[in-house]
Every structure is written in structure tokens, then in C-alpha cells.
Design a binder for this molecule. Structure first.
Ligand code: AMP
Length: 382
């Protein structure tokens, strides 16, 4: 439903999903004077703890969706696996951004990769495999080594198996229970970068500086800004991300992750229809952070300034750090550290519990601070 814009502070906003991204959206919205309703089945959800109202229900619960639609001037989402049908249902009664069609494309890796190819965006070589008989052709298209990735509900390297031969591919497909997958050729990476941006209803687009990402076991470990990759790659990444947002008719904050291969080619890895872990550096290092921008884009307000105020390295805190009890004093003794914890009660290995930003006068000092504090917390050395 078209909403009367702008939606001004004081109005109630809704968010589907109560994880850490929803929590940081909620904090930003409440800071700006909005009220927030969170829909999430988890009684202890990180965002629910911060919200004015936590609707504890499933994302497909018609009663809960109706309540949210009636109460909220606009609704957004914090994770891509929200059923697109729920966004459609909500959009009959209230403003919903991003739109259901964009979310439906990017939440399914097969659709996303196909859409990227059809729209002329470079990706790693890939093939769709939904049946055993497609494995042979898939192997020819992607080559070896390759990674078999489930199309739906994979995240942080989960639902992915690296394969080196046709035989390994066949057993990986069986291990993934024969669900629809994308088989992707393995890229010899020079680096990984991402662009987080916001786009408004009128098509105005504003991005933050490119983040240089380092992953461990498929999970983001650090983001460094300014990135050390050359300027022309950074400019191409920003242009490509903006073109993708435009083609999707996207409204809100979104992220595009890229591979940079050894030849300097930029390949789109994936699109996230929401703020992104690699954009958490904006919380402390930019004039406007990605969550405030999400509020602004959702409400039809002018976008805020995305300027970088300080070099920064963001470090993720996974549940593994809780094994010995994190030594917070070893971290917080440094005045340039900004700590963000998500209020999760249970620290499981690999679970994102929080992050911190290391701010310094130059990027080398910020990187040294990240390295020193990672060591003090017992995080695997870079
Ligand atoms: P994804 O969940 O697909 O973003 O994958 C998680 C991480 O695994 C990426 O950020 C890369 O570090 C690595 N990865 C995934 N796919 C590939 C690929 N085709 N070639 C090289 N590395 C990959």
C-alpha cells in the first residue's frame, strides 16, 4: 500500500526478525523517536529486548501479521529468509520496504545467481543442480574445485561443501539431501570486498566506503575500511552495487558481497536485502550508520551523510570466545575500541554474539589494535 511519506518520528515501525540486525535497527529507530514492534518467535530475541512491543509469533502467523500491519506505519525486515508471502500480506495494508519481489530473488541462491547472469553482472562460473542427472552438466559448467551450496536457508558457510571431483560432487549432493543447489566454480581469491548502500523511493542511492572482508571458515571475521584494494576496483564495486539496487527497484539498505580474483576481476558473490555484518563499522566510524539509514529510507526521510570519520577495523565476536569467559578488560583498556554485544544468552561456537570496532588515526594502527585485541581474546590469529 502506498504510504504517505515522510513517516515522522513518533510513528510506530515494524520489523520482521529479532536478531542482532533487528536489535540495531530498533535502537536506531528509538533513538530517533520512533516506536518499534518486533515480530520474532524467540521469547529472548535480541531485538525483542529493545522493542516497545515484541510479537512472539511465527513469521507466517496471519493474526500477528495483521496486528503488525494495523499498528505500524511501515514495516521492514532484518533477514532474507522471511517468507516473501508474509511481506506481500503486510503490503496490502501498510508500507513494506524492501519489496517482496526483491527479497524473493535474493533469498534463493539459484534465483539470485540466475538474475545476476540475466542482468549482465559477472559471477563465479555456476550451474543449478536440482536432480542427480544435472550433476554431470553442472560439473562441466563450474569446473573443479567447486563448492556445492544449498539454494535456500544457507548462511555463514552452512549448507556448503567443497568438492574436487565428480565422485565428491555426487556424495556432497546426497549429503545435502538432494535439495536444489548451486554448484559454483572455486575462485582463486585476491580479496573479498562488500558495498553497503541505501536507496530511496525516488531512486537516490548512497553507499558507504568499500569494506575489505576477511572470513574464517566461511564466517566474516574482520572488515577493514579503507580497503587496501585498488581504487578502480572499489569504484567498480560501488557502481555495480548501485546498478543492482536500481534493477531490483530496491528501497532500503542492502549489501553486495564481491570476490576479487587474481586477475583483478570483480565477481558478485551475493546480495543481502538488509543491513550487513560488513557494515557494522559504520556504527562508530561514519556520520550516519547503516541502521539509522535503514530507518530513514523506510520512512522516506532524506538519507544521512555516509562519510567515513575514522579508519576502522571491525572484529566479529563469535561464541567460541566465551569458552574461557571473554576478558573484557583486556579489550576495553584501549580507548579506541567500541564494543557492541547483542544480548544473546547462549554462546554457541560460530554464533555471532557481538562485534567491536577498532578506531585509530590510520588504518595500520587500527589493524594492529585489531590484531592485539583478537589475541588477547583468544581469537585465531589472522
Ligand atoms: P557464501 O556464504 O557463499 O558467501 O560463502 C562464504 C565464504 O566462503 C565466502 O565469503 C568466501 O570466502 C568463501 N567462498 C564461497 N564461495 C566461493 C567460491 N566460489 N570461490 C572461493 N571462495 C568461496
Amino acid at each position: 500500500m502506498p504510504a504517505r511519506l515522510p513517516i515522522l518520528p513518533g510513528a510506530p515501525l515494524g520489523i520482521l526478525g529479532g536478531g542482532q540486525l533487528g536489535r540495531m535497527f530498533t535502537i536506531a529507530a528509538r533513538t530517533m523517536g520512533y516506536r518499534v514492534m518486533v515480530l520474532d518467535p524467540d521469547p529472548q530475541s535480541p531485538a525483542g529486548q529493545m522493542a516497545d512491543i515484541h510479537l512472539q509469533a511465527d513469521y507466517t502467523d496471519h493474526g500477528a501479521l495483521k496486528k503488525m500491519a494495523e499498528a505500524c506505519a511501515a514495516v521492514t525486515t532484518e533477514f532474507e529468509n522471511v517468507p516473501a508471502a508474509s511481506l506481500v500480506e503486510l503490503s496490502r495494508y501498510t508500507r513494506v520496504a524492501p519489496n517482496a519481489e526483491a527479497v524473493a530473488i535474493v533469498q534463493d541462491r539459484s534465483r539470485e545467481k540466475t538474475w545476476l547472469r540475466e542482468n549482465g553482472f559477472a559471477t563465479a562460473p555456476f550451474a543449478l543442480v536440482s536432480h542427480e542427472i544435472e550433476l554431470e552438466a553442472g560439473a562441466t559448467a563450474a569446473g573443479f574445485p567447486a563448492i556445492l551450496k544449498v539454494s535456500r536457508f544457507g548462511y555463514d558457510g552452512k549448507g556448503q561443501i567443497r568438492v574436487n571431483s565428480r565422485q565428491e560432487l555426487a556424495s556432497a549432493f546426497t549429503e545435502l539431501k538432494g535439495v536444489p543447489c548451486v554448484l559454483e566454480g572455486f575462485v582463486q581469491l585476491a580479496s573479498e570486498v562488500s558495498v553497503v548502500l541505501a536507496r530511496t523511493d525516488s531512486g537516490e542511492c548512497s553507499s558507504w566506503p568499500v569494506g575489505e572482508n576477511h572470513h574464517i571458515n566461511g564466517i566474516l571475521d574482520t572488515t577493514r575500511v579503507p580497503a587496501s584494494v585498488n581504487q578502480s576496483i572499489q569504484e567498480r564495486a560501488q557502481e555495480t552495487a548501485m546498478q543492482i539496487a536500481g534493477r531490483l527497484g530496491y528501497v532500503g539498505v542492502m549489501a553486495v558481497e564481491f570476490f576479487v580474483d587474481q586477475g583483478g576481476n570483480l565477481l558478485v558473490n551475493e546480495i543481502a536485502p538488509r543491513p550487513h555484518n560488513s557494515g557494522h563499522y559504520t556504527l562508530d566510524a561514519c556520520v550516519t550508520d547503516q541502521f539509522e539509514q535503514q530507518v530513514r529510507a523506510l520512512c522516506g526521510l532524506p538519507l544521512g551523510d555516509t562519510r567515513l570519520l575514522s579508519p576502522v577495523v571491525m572484529v566479529n565476536l563469535l561464541g567460541d570466545v566465551w569458552r574461557h569467559g571473554p576478558d573484557w578488560m583486556a579489550l576495553l583498556q584501549y580507548p579506541g575500541i567500541k564494543l557492541h554485544l547483542y544480548g544473546k544468552a547462549e554462546a554457541r561456537p560460530g554464533r555471532k554474539m557481538g562485534h567491536y570496532n577498532c578506531l585509530a588515526e590510520n588504518i595500520d594502527t587500527a589493524a594492529a589494535l585489531a590484531e592485539q585485541t583478537r589475541k588477547a581474546l583468544g581469537i585465531i590469529p589472522l
